[in-house]
Write a protein that binds this ligand. Sequence first.
Ligand code: ADP
Ligand code: MG
Length: 592
Amino acid sequence: MDVIHLLPDSVANQIAAGEVIQRPASCLKELVENSLDAGATRIQVIVRDAGRTLLQVIDDGKGMSETDARLAFERHATSKIREAQDLFTLRTMGFRGEALPSICAVSQVEMTTRRAEDETGTLLEIHGSDVIRQEPCVCPVGTNIKVSNLFFNVPVRRKFLKTDQTELRNLLTEFYHIVLVYPKVTFTFVHNDEILLELPSGTEKQRIEAVFGNPKRNVYTSAFVDINTVTEMVSIHGFVIKPENATRKAEQYFFVNGRYMRHPYFLKAVQTAYSGMLTADYQPSFFIYFDISPEAIDVNIHPTKTEIKFADEQSIFQILMASVREALGKFTLAPTIDFDNPSSIDIPLPTDRPVERPRVAVDPNYNPFHTRSNVVYPDRAPRGWESLYEGLKTEEEPGILRHEEVENCPLWQYDGRYILLPSAEGLVLINQHRAHTAVLYQQFLNQLVESRGAMQQLLFPEVLVLPQDEMVLLSQLIEDLRAIGFDIEQLSPDSYSVQGVPAQLVEQSPLPVLKQILAAVRERGADTRREWQEQIALGLAQSAAVPYGKTLTEPEMRDLVTRLVALPRYRRTPDGKTILSLLTDEEIGRRF
Ligand code: ADP
Ligand code: MG
């Protein structure tokens, strides 16, 4: 008896489905890409239970004829390539003709579709590759595909799905990859009857803002600079974050010919362009779009992989790095003084100097709490604290700056980063962002301890969607977040709505601030309530502090320095970064 036989299509499709459709997100990707290939200008995504029970994509694309509708679900049926050669000149998203047969093999599909030239459309119902129903129907031009009960016949796959939160996050990630390259197309994303994203047609920049920023306040427009380079080999354009706006958690996106890609080597090129400009654990956010002849890249890769090979990666690395450098030019041309790494400059820190206390004048009548500063410590001031405090100040913090010096001295701003002022011992350099961070930190911490944060209602509430672990973390912090001025309510098992923010923060988009606080608490490991409060205060202070590049007026500089020197410790930020450095008269003299 012969033993070799052809697998029935349904089995072959299920095997293929394992490759193409691994989770709801891959199914969504295929469906939306088909809609885009069909020239849709409006795409609506409707999801239930993170795609487990329903994934529906409605488009206004060109639709399918009755025959095509049926053929679309056959293996290797595609309207996009005719022969292998076409693979190399590909500009559409899909091309293998594998997606629809794979999807219908592992779910229950109902599709209606109609072309503009047809009077009636076609309705098709397929359960696990079996056609249940095909009939004419009345429907709008375009295609409406409903994928229900994904993996209903593949229990193993179903079991491997993660929590709804994780799968929803995967869906959104996949969705971002697509919507960021099709800014002209209008998209909506609805999950369990809630509109998570509404993205009107616009420019790339507007789309980025609509997805990640707060369009009402244009947070992202001001945080990024444009890059633009056209060479014979490749065109590169996009947006890279200004160094002072970088955060720990970055949004990093490369696209090539309208397709998202991961590219660790090119990521290195971008990071290299930023070298010396970012704090140690900060990452640059960027949205970089490559346009390159399809012959120069290898698109014929696995459908679920996002790595793409380029013909001449070294040259593109150089072009990319130069392009980003040029965009950041303003910052790279300026000499950078790395406050965190004093060995990189030949200005020894004052602590390295031989102790010559006599010149350090500490005014015994000077009470830092009676200055213009609004820093007060009502419940942390033990008896006799004033003398205690002075002791501390002379021991640990040689008084490079006296309060009266700051009141009348000239002040200069240098490079949009540093405040320079003369003191009895030399030239003092103050990092403006860190100085402000330290000042605000004390304010926020005091407000937290006393629960007297001032809240500012947001005009448009924002939704913070979080993975499960961060939801748990947030619930621990919520009391303190409310104390400091966040008006925040749990909306669903994986989201909060933010209706109000601390008054000092109205200029910021609240979501990145909250995410940064969560990241800080998680990374630095805060266990006690006090430690949480410190991390919250620090996160808020870092977000609200004046950024680098901001020009300060003389009164602003004076106010900042006055408030800084009134702090118990003003040489370092709460997380240990140098705020202030001294170039002594002696060192200046030695240079001449
Ligand atoms: P591929 O996209 O690789 O061609 P698919 O299995 O995803 O393969 O789709 C098969 C064919 O079905 C496509 O080539 C296209 O002709 C048709 N098709 C799929 N989705 C749509 C849609 N939303 N609108 C119009 N035609 C579609
Ligand atoms: Mg396709």
